[in-house]
Design a binder for this molecule. Structure first.
Ligand code: ATP
Ligand code: MG
Length: 476
């Protein structure tokens, strides 16, 4: 791996020739640095963004590059950071001047000064993110690797260029980045680094919740999120970020009866669901589906361990957690809440003989979330007993078939009452009143119970009968 010292093949894209030219015109030294170089060497697919560092003004270089491009893209300048960005061929290209950084205790935003390429590599978070690829004519395509990042790439190691205690304390976001890269790339975090994260964990408090959520989302969206959550847990970060989750850890025993460890179970569920969906919010629902179990746990002499009402408590906790973490409080939150609230419903159905009316109620309550709810419930099967595993999956398969059959016949999803309130008022010559509500909900119940089909004529007959029971007369 990486025997060949010249990497100009990485620079095939025309944009690099242009940056190189612009750089020469301005008499600057420039390099591709960071994620692009790393991901190219790891063959991680198409790049989305490219970081260019220049010994000089990144803003000047960006303007020159734009001038050399036929479509003269707009240069977005971030004056405060001394950086600039432009888009070319669906790539976001960031330009920054090489710099040194010095940090203060209470902020991750450093005081910066102009510096050399070496200074700039020193301020990078990991050795594998500090690799610079030359765009200069005299050594075009050469990699500058002061910290043996190539070696760490080969050995799949996350390691900081400088003392990890300083690196993590200066900018504690790097602790989450280390864990996120370890999860995304399947790399190990060097032991010293892992210990330093543990020592510096409390520094996480200076990081904004948006940044934390950003990294959590990336961990959740990786192939095996449990890798990241296990590292977060081991370093003590998870307890500081999501104490509601770590509260699920542990097994208690009373009178020889144990419950399962709901924390480790949850991580299994998240890994399971990640095989079947890339949807971030469905993965969040899997992560949070049992959070109500910590506050609702009880031991009952007759029935053993119970988590009575944990779905309801959990759904309320979802709202609080989203609010605290500055996650969106929109329909995404409601979606997660609803899945948590309903997370046990299909299990209850599958346990018994699957009746049409139970399935109709499930579809009515879940609406468009029914598929996702089933995906969540299947991921929730973590039993190590192969017989039970098979049985549970078979049961859910039956529920899925029943859902399909009932839905095709009864159209319960996005239920609209076949007889409207206006029609009820007209037929019985009523003003808005409580009778209308009673009749409407009686019709809905009759349909869900299977007493009448979800059709206009049947519902109208039923309405007339119900009206009579309430002492109402149809108007002539
Ligand atoms: P990805 O884009 O996949 O998240 P990346 O490595 O490109 O990975 P970016 O956040 O785009 O990550 O940052 C680009 C580069 O900037 C990194 O490779 C790294 O060299 C540097 N960098 C980013 N964030 C930090 C940080 N908090 N501390 C030090 N260096 C950082
Ligand atoms: Mg990047």
């Amino acid at each position: 791996m990486y025997k060949n010292k010249n990497y100009s093949k990485a620079l095939n894209h025309n944009i690099f020739k242009i940056i190189s030219q612009a750089s020469e015109d301005l008499n600057l030294e420039s390099y591709v640095i960071g994620g692009f170089v790393r991901d190219h060497l790891l063959q991680r697919g198409e790049p989305k963004d490219i970081d260019i560092v220049t010994v000089g003004s990144g803003i000047e270089l960006a303007k020159k590059v734009s001038a050399l491009l036929p479509h003269k893209p707009k240069v977005q300048v971030f004056k405060n950071y001394g950086t600039a960005m432009l888009r070319a061929d669906n790539l976001e290209i960031e330009f920054v001047g090489a710099r040194t950084e010095s940090y203060s205790q209470d902020s991750r935003n450093p005081v910066v000064e102009d510096g050399t390429l070496g200074d700039d590599q020193n301020r990078r978070d990991f050795t594998i993110n500090a690799l610079a690829l030359s765009l200069n004519k005299d050594n075009y395509g050469e990699i500058l690797d002061p910290f043996n990042g190539l070696e760490d790439l080969k050995n799949q190691l996350i390691k900081t260029p400088l003392d990890p205690d300083i690196t993590y304390s200066d900018d504690p976001l790097r602790m989450l980045r280390a864990i996120r890269f370890a999860t995304q790339l399947g790399f190990k975090i060097e032991t010293e680094s892992l210990q330093a994260i543990n020592r510096n964990k409390y520094r996480i408090k200076i990081i904004s919740r948006e940044r934390i959520v950003d990294e959590l989302n990336k961990i959740l969206l990786s192939e095996k999120p449990s890798v990241g959550f296990t590292l977060l847990h081991r370093t003590g970060l998870l307890h500081l970020i999501l104490p509601q989750l770590t509260a699920l850890e542990g097994i208690e025993e009373v009178d020889g009866q144990k419950h399962k460890d709901n924390f480790w179970h949850t991580l299994e569920v998240v890994d399971n669901i990640s095989k079947n969906t890339d949807d971030l919010w469905l993965r969040w629902a899997a992560l949070l589906h049992d959070i109500g179990k910590a506050p609702t746990k009880r031991f009952d002499d007759k029935i053993g361990w119970t988590f009575h009402g944990h779905e309801f408590t959990g759904a309320k906790m979802v709202y609080k957690l989203f609010k605290e973490m500055h996650l969106p409080l929109n329909e995404k939150m409601k979606y997660v809440q609803k899945l948590v609230l309903m997370s046990s419903r299909p299990i209850v159905i599958a346990d018994e003989t699957v009746t049409d009316s139970a399935v109709r109620r499930l579809i009515f309550d879940a609406g468009d979330y029914i598929e996702d709810l089933m995906t969540l419930c299947e991921a929730d099967i973590t039993t190590k007993n192969p017989k039970r595993f098979k049985k549970y999956h078979n049961n859910f398969q039956k529920v899925r078939e029943k859902i399909k059959e009932v839905e095709e016949r009864d159209h319960i999803r996005n239920f609209q009452p076949p007889v409207t309130g206006e029609e009820i008022m007209e037929i019985f010559n009523l003003k808005p009143s409580k009778e209308i509500g009673i009749i409407k909900s009686a019709i809905k119940e009759a349909i869900l119970e299977g007493l009448i089909p979800n059709e206009y004529e049947a519902a109208k007959d039923f309405m007339l009968k119900k009206g009579k029971e309430l002492g109402l007369q149809p108007a002539q």
